[in-house]
Structure formats: structure tokens, C-alpha cells
Design a protein around this ligand. Structure first.
Ligand code: PMP
Length: 305
């Protein structure tokens, strides 16, 4: 668990759990201006591979640019830090979270002079929903997803997740696994930490990127579908379109591909894992372990494990 992590990468050094600490006046802790990534590595029994490492690191730098934060490392240095953290903790399969945050120079809202720091935490498990394989239950949230000009949703920014946390707590208290957040116009945006897909009449639909994160799992599934000759359409989607879809699933690095079998107390499709959803799940599990020959460019092999 995250409590007994051996080593945490902090500002260029691998430190013990006790030594990897931040100051109480850490600006990001107070106001949430920081950026992070969620990355995963998988083992095929012999080797370990980080899935789409380059794209995750690129998105970390994009998030920082959006938030006007200059990361004091190169793309390659961040990759190296991620790799070193996994190896130092001897993790065959890992969830990895690099986080860029502002220092403790002041608790001012003016952050132009703050130092910028990087931590990398890696641990062994991340369970988005416990009963995932059989399909999860979701509601539509009472909370609205960020308006694009309130929180810029292309950035994976710390503060953006307050909205997700409030929505998820409400969901769990209502007895469902996750929720769909609607955008400020009332269209489906995303789940608390995952993108949304639906299948109708053999066509794969997903909300356009207007106000959701440009998920790498979303991109992966779209590519898989295109390569399988399935029509893929990004468009505005309403909650009732989800109710009457043949299949619904959500995607994310932590969630992977999770079938959704019930929405707002309505059974989706046949009420169990849809055929297309199951085939994406099967392909994805092979792909992340470097077992799909056409996609091994996305498997970054770790050197030591
Ligand atoms: N939307 C949100 C809000 C997320 O936090 C995530 C998880 N990073 C996703 C979508 C899915 O993105 P990815 O597939 O890149 O993990």
C-alpha cells in the first residue's frame, strides 16, 4: 500500500518514506496550483513495461505549460525519474504518480517567484472500482464538470480534482461506483477520473474533447477501434443517449476499461458486459503487456526488473 512505500523520488533524490517530506507552507498544498500524471507499468511475467510513457510525460509538460509552471527538468529527466522510482521500489506492476508543485517561498497567490518541485511516487496497486470486471453502476452527478474557462480541463491539474472528489463522495454515499459529470451545457463530459464511451448500432461514440481530459486510454481505445474497422464518432452526448446505448464503458489509466451496466437505476443494454466492450478489454490487457505486435511502440521496457 501507499503507507509502506520504500523510496520516493523528490527533487532529484530517492528518499525514504520518512525523509520525503514537504513544508507546511507548500503553496500547492494551500491553493491547488500544481500538475500531475497517472501512469502504469505492467509485467508479462518476465519483463515490465510502462504504457505510453512518452505521451504521459508530454501531457505532464503540457499541463505545466497551461498552468504557467516551468518544470526544472527535461522530458528525458522526468522519464528517468519515473523509471528509477519503479526500480528502486522493485515494482513489477506499478501505478506511478509524478507531481509538479510550487514551493514554500510564500503563501501568496502571486506565484511568479516560486520554486518548482517534482516528486514521483510509485506503488503496487490502484483499484478504480472493486467489482469492475462484472460491470459497474453509475449515476449522473449533481455536480457540474468544470467550465473550460474556470479550470482549463486539458491540464491534469491538482485543483481540478476537488470537483471529482466531491462528486465521487456523493456517488459512493448513493451506493454507486462512479458518476458521469455533465458539462455546463448539460452534455456528458467524463467520469471522476475516466473518459466515457458508448456503443450504439455498432458505432463507437465518445464525448468530444471540449471539456474533458484528453485521456490516453481514450486515444488507445479509439485507435484500437479504428484499426478494427469500427466507426468512431466524437460528439456531444446526452444522459438519455447513455441510457439507451447498447454498451457503455469508461476508460482511464487506473480504470483501464470498465463496463457500465447500470446508469441512474436503468439497465444498460443487456445489463452485462457488452461484446465490443469485452473485446476492447481483452485487447487492452494484452497490449499493455507488450503482447499485441502492432502496438509495442507504446510499451516502454524497464531495464532492471
Ligand atoms: N479524465 C479524468 C478527469 C482523469 O483524471 C483521467 C485519468 N487520468 C482520465 C480522464 C483518463 O485519462 P488517461 O486515460 O490518460 O488516464
Amino acid at each position: 500500500s501507499i503507507r509502506n512505500i520504500e523510496k520516493i523520488w523528490l527533487d532529484g533524490e530517492l528518499k525514504s518514506n520518512e525523509d520525503a517530506v514537504v513544508h507546511c507552507a507548500t503553496n500547492t498544498l494551500h491553493y491547488g496550483l500544481g500538475v500531475f500524471e497517472g501512469i502504469r507499468s505492467y509485467s508479462d511475467g518476465e519483463n515490465s513495461y510502462i504504457f505510453r510513457l512518452d505521451e504521459h510525460v508530454k501531457r505532464l509538460f503540457d499541463s505545466a505549460l497551461i498552468m504557467n509552471i516551468t518544470i526544472p527538468y527535461t522530458h528525458d529527466e522526468v522519464k528517468r525519474a519515473i523509471e528509477d522510482t519503479i526500480v528502486a521500489n522493485n515494482l513489477k506492476e506499478a501505478y506511478i504518480k509524478p507531481m509538479v508543485y510550487l514551493g514554500s517561498e510564500s503563501l501568496s497567490l502571486d506565484t511568479r517567484e516560486h520554486t518548482v518541485h517534482l516528486m514521483v511516487i510509485a506503488w503496487s496497486a490502484y483499484n478504480y472500482a472493486s467489482n469492475g470486471a462484472q460491470g459497474i453502476k453509475m449515476n449522473v452527478s449533481s455536480f457540474t464538470r468544470h467550465h473550460v474557462n474556470i479550470a482549463m480541463t486539458k491540464a491534469k491539474a491538482n485543483g481540478n480534482y476537488m470537483n471529482s472528489q466531491l462528486a465521487l463522495r456523493e456517488a459512493k454515499n448513493a451506493g454507486v461506483d462512479d458518476v458521469f459529470l455533465l458539462d455546463s451545457d448539460g452534455y456528458v463530459s467524463e467520469a471522476t477520473g475516466a473518459n466515457v464511451f458508448m456503443v450504439s448500432n455498432g458505432v463507437l461514440y465518445t464525448p468530444e474533447l471540449a471539456n474533458c481530459l484528453n485521456g490516453l486510454t481514450r486515444q488507445t481505445v479509439m485507435q484500437l477501434a479504428k484499426d478494427a474497422g469500427i466507426e468512431v464518432v466524437s460528439k456531444r452526448i446526452t444522459r438519455d443517449e447513455l441510457y439507451i446505448a447498447d454498451e457503455v464503458f469508461i476508460t482511464g489509466t487506473a480504470a483501464e476499461i470498465l463496463p457500465v451496466c447500470e446508469i441512474d437505476n436503468r439497465t444498460v443494454g443487456k445489463g452485462c458486459v457488452g461484446e465490443l466492450t469485452q473485446s476492447f478489454i481483452n485487447d487492452y490487457q494484452l497490449m499493455v503487456r507488450a503482447k499485441l505486435p502492432n502496438y509495442t511502440r507504446w510499451n516502454y521496457k524497464l531495464n532492471i526488473l
